[in-house]
Design a protein around this ligand. Structure first.
Ligand code: 48H
Length: 252
């Protein structure tokens, strides 16, 4: 006979084992959108200990709805090799424009990222940063429902050598540094210009404060670069660039 309490014990023990073993990380990624998951995938493949903290119940960020709910995304030539790396199918619409199914993109990236060794914690919001001696050295986490209900409940802390702000349009994690006066300004993203937006997303993927990287739309918001609409190559390339740079710093 199945015992209800054994089911509960299995979940509690397994979950808290994962939480305890991810309290000290090489890299804590905030946000399980395309740029955050791709960064985590390449970091894990490179041997880093990495976890993603996602405030929503679902992972995938802005991938699922494609554009206006038409669940297709476009990827340009430069990023096609990342679709290939993940084994995501696509069709060439015109030379240099590849179209993929948003559901396949989100689910495949998520699956490969988890299987590469990344632990994804959903329903956990990063509500602040740990900053010591002028360097970001961890994240401050709380249950998303605590934030939603406005309950006064203190958070917990995760230590990490690097934090990646992959929170999308709001650059929510970098905002915590702005609020504390540790960085000067976050201009926010500019109006739509796909070509420039894509190039600048990758260019602006960088360490914006010691220990803190920005990827994807957060990189655009922090640098005031244009948005680009439903083309996702820049998000993938941004995640891969952050992973590459962080891996080389971890090795040093
Ligand atoms: C935990 C958090 C927190 C927090 C937010 O928006 P995303 O998909 O982010 P990107 O940058 O990887 O991809 C952007 C892309 O989806 C997009 O919006 C594009 C290309 N837009 C172009 C345009 O012109 O509009 O994912 C960010 C994730 C989400 O899942 C959030 O829930 C999560 O971050 N998040 N998680 N703690 N404080 N803040």
């Amino acid at each position: 006979m199945l015992r209800d309490v054994t089911i509960s014990r299995a979940i509690i023990e397994s979950y808290f084992h994962d939480l305890l073993s991810n309290l000290e990380l090489d890299v804590a990624i905030v946000g399980a959108g395309p740029s955050g998951m791709v960064a985590a995938y390449y970091l894990a493949k490179g041997g880093a200990k990495v976890a993603i903290f996602e405030k929503k119940l679902s992972i995938g960020g802005g991938i699922w709805g494609g554009a206006m709910g038409f669940n297709k995304i476009v990827v340009q030539e430069d990023a096609r090799e990342i679709l290939d790396e993940f084994g995501i199918r696509y069709e060439e619409f015109e030379k240099g424009y590849y179209v993929a199914d948003a559901i396949e993109v989100a689910s495949t990236i998520a699956s490969k990222t988890v299987k590469a060794g990344v632990k994804i914690f959903n329903m956990i919001e990063v509500e602040d940063l740990v900053v010591k001696d002028g360097k970001v050295s961890g994240i401050v986490i709380n249950w998303t429902p605590v934030h939603m209900t406005g309950l006064h409940v203190d958070p917990l802390t995760v230590e990490s050598k690097f934090v990646v702000d992959s929170t999308g349009h709001g650059a929510q994690v970098t905002q915590y540094l702005l609020k504390r006066g540790l960085i000067k300004n976050i201009p926010g993203e500019g109006p739509m210009w796909a070509d420039q937006g894509e190039k600048l997303t990758v260019e602006n993927t960088k360490e914006v404060f010691p220990g803190l990287y920005v990827t994807g739309m957060a990189a655009n918001a922090v640098s005031g670069a244009p948005r680009m609409g439903p083309i996702f190559g820049g998000m993938f390339l941004s995640g891969r660039k952050a992973a590459k740079e962080i891996l080389s710093k971890l090795k040093v």
